[in-house]
Design a protein around this ligand. Structure first.
Ligand SMILES: [Zn+2]
Length: 156
């Protein structure tokens, strides 16, 4: 293990420990030159969260302890952004399945599930469901089957 000064595309430098063959270390340093540093990555992530929090400014107030609310506000912002993307994807699907009653019912259920999630005001609920919510917006809703139904119906 040896210490190297890694230069990043953002203009910052960090001291890093690298191990392994010399060519791998050189390659790693070259790769880091294309990336931004840890501090810039962290700042970019914080800015993204702040932007998402602002975007859901109209969401209902959360209930819980101060700490829970602070954490859940970030989680909700990220998940709501996902849900909005999901809604756009569902709208595209809806055009393809127009006239198929089963698919339309599934889509209506998916929309209802998205709205239900958006209306949740328990900070604990958002915290408990963060992993599922990030993995698949549909999975955090009470109607987990809606998305599966749409997918299945389209394949059928
Ligand atoms: Zn930087």
């Amino acid at each position: 293990m040896a210490k190297y000064t890694a230069k990043f595309s953002c203009g910052h430098a960090e001291t890093v420990d690298l191990v392994g063959p010399e060519k791998d270390r050189t390659r790693k340093l070259a790769w880091m030159e294309q990336k931004t540093c840890g501090a810039c990555n962290k700042a970019a992530k914080a800015a993204k969260v702040a932007e998402a929090v602002e975007a859901v400014g109209d969401a209902p107030a959360l209930e819980g302890s101060e700490k829970q609310i602070a954490w859940a506000t970030k989680i909700r912002a990220e998940i709501i952004a996902d849900l909005r993307a999901q809604r756009a994807a569902i709208a595209t699907i809806a055009l393809k399945v127009a006239g198929n009653a089963q698919a339309e019912a599934g889509i209506a259920a998916a929309y209802a599930a998205i709205d239900a999630a958006g209306a949740k005001t328990s900070a604990a609920w958002w915290i408990d469901n963060r992993t599922a919510g990030r993995a698949a917006a549909a999975a955090l809703t009470e109607d987990v089957g809606a998305k599966a139904l749409i997918t299945r119906t389209i394949k059928a």
